[in-house]
Structures are given as structure tokens and as C-alpha cells.
Ligand binder design. Sequence first.
Ligand code: ATP
Length: 229
Amino acid sequence: ARSSIAGEISFDHVTFRYPDTEEPILSDISFRALPGETLAIMGATGSGKSTLLQLIPRFYDTAEGSVSIDGQDHEGLKMESLRRAIGYVPQDIVLFSGTVADNIRVGKEEATMEEIIEAAKLAQIHETIMRFPNQYDTVIGQMGVNLSGGQKQRLTIARALVRKPAILLLDDCTSALDVRTEAALLDALKAMNCTTLLVTQKVSSTANSDRILLLDDGRLLASGSHTEL
Ligand code: ATP
């Protein structure tokens, strides 16, 4: 079952510095994503896209402004409820030398095989897994099958989806997918109805986004639909 969080995200004049940086990495960022909406976040390297995503699960706390979930400042939510509502796929993928199923189950140890397969299907990796020597029991890494970059990305997305998050944060994790696979994945995500923030470098990834946020040196330069920008 889903958490009781509906998944509205709002940033209200958020300015952020890392503990060891003087200059703000994010400056006066305000935007809102309604439950079920998909927002693409674009901008040059170093513009603050990953940092923006990481503020949502409180990997860092904001000093100025606020981040709210369902209209409530997320600092007022229990960390456990907040994190349970969020599926976060980082840029740097971490798989371990275990089975495919175990790698998807991370973060939800009690997931059933049915739930694992459902998540893998949504992440467009099920058919690939079925071609592995031992399917979901295939061991990943030196002892077993080696995965391509795009397969690792999809497996990590499946890991986030098996938790049925209300909020999905994807940090440039579709970069290695071909256009067709990516489109199928984004359609599947759209159908899941979770609020999705998608950091991407590719305009093709923004096709079914409700809005695009364009960051420039920590500032929100523009926000609008695919056709508006
Ligand atoms: P990319 O597209 O390359 O992933 P990005 O837009 O996601 O970049 P961030 O990773 O958010 O950008 O980084 C924004 C700025 O914050 C950069 O100048 C970076 O050097 C700095 N930065 C990132 N992480 C930290 C950290 N842990 N401590 C201090 N500064 C950091």
C-alpha cells in the first residue's frame, strides 16, 4: 500500500549552500508539482539539478525558504515517513553482487516476487531479465551476468518502483537508454501517477513532462511546457 502522502511538492524561496560553500548552490527557487505531475529539470552541468533533488528527502537541510510535501514543511514530517514516500534514483548506480531479485528488493526486503516482477516490467527490464540464465535468480557482477549501462539504470529504477513511492526522483538515470525504451519507460511511469522529478540532459526525455524547470547557476531561469520554452 502507498503511504498516506499524496505527493505534492513545493519549493518556496529555497536558497541553499553546502556546509563548506560560501556561494549559494541554489538561489531563491520556487515551484510546485501537483500529485501525479512530471517535471523535467534541465540545465548545464553544475547548475544544481542533483542538489535540488537531494533536498526533497532531506539529505541536506535548507537554511532559507522551505520545501513542503502536501503543503506541510517536510522538516515537520517524520524522516521515516518522508523517506518511505520517496523513490530516489541517483546518478551513480550501486548494484551489489547478489541476484537480480535481491538487487531490486533493496529498500523493501519484504517485496514479493510478484511485486518485483511488476516493478521490473514498469522499468522495462523484465524481458531482459527473462533472457538471463537464471532469470530473477541470476547473480549480477563478476560471479554472474554483466549488465550494460542501460540495464543497470533500469534495474535501479525498478528498485525505486518496487517501493511504490508517491514521489519519484530520477537523477539523469535514463541517459543510457535508447529513445524507444526511454519513451516506453516514461509512459509506464506516467501511468503510475506518482509525482516525478526527472533530471535530464535530453530534450527527448521531456516529451511527457507537464513542465520543464530550467536551472542556470542555481537559479530558476525559466519554467514552462515543452512548447513554451
Ligand atoms: P550535473 O549535471 O553535472 O550532475 P548538477 O546540475 O546536478 O550537475 P549539482 O551536482 O547539484 O549540479 O552541483 C551543483 C554545484 O554544487 C556544483 O558547483 C558542485 O560542485 C557543488 N556541489 C555538489 N555537491 C557538493 C557537496 N557535497 N559539497 C559541496 N559542493 C557540492
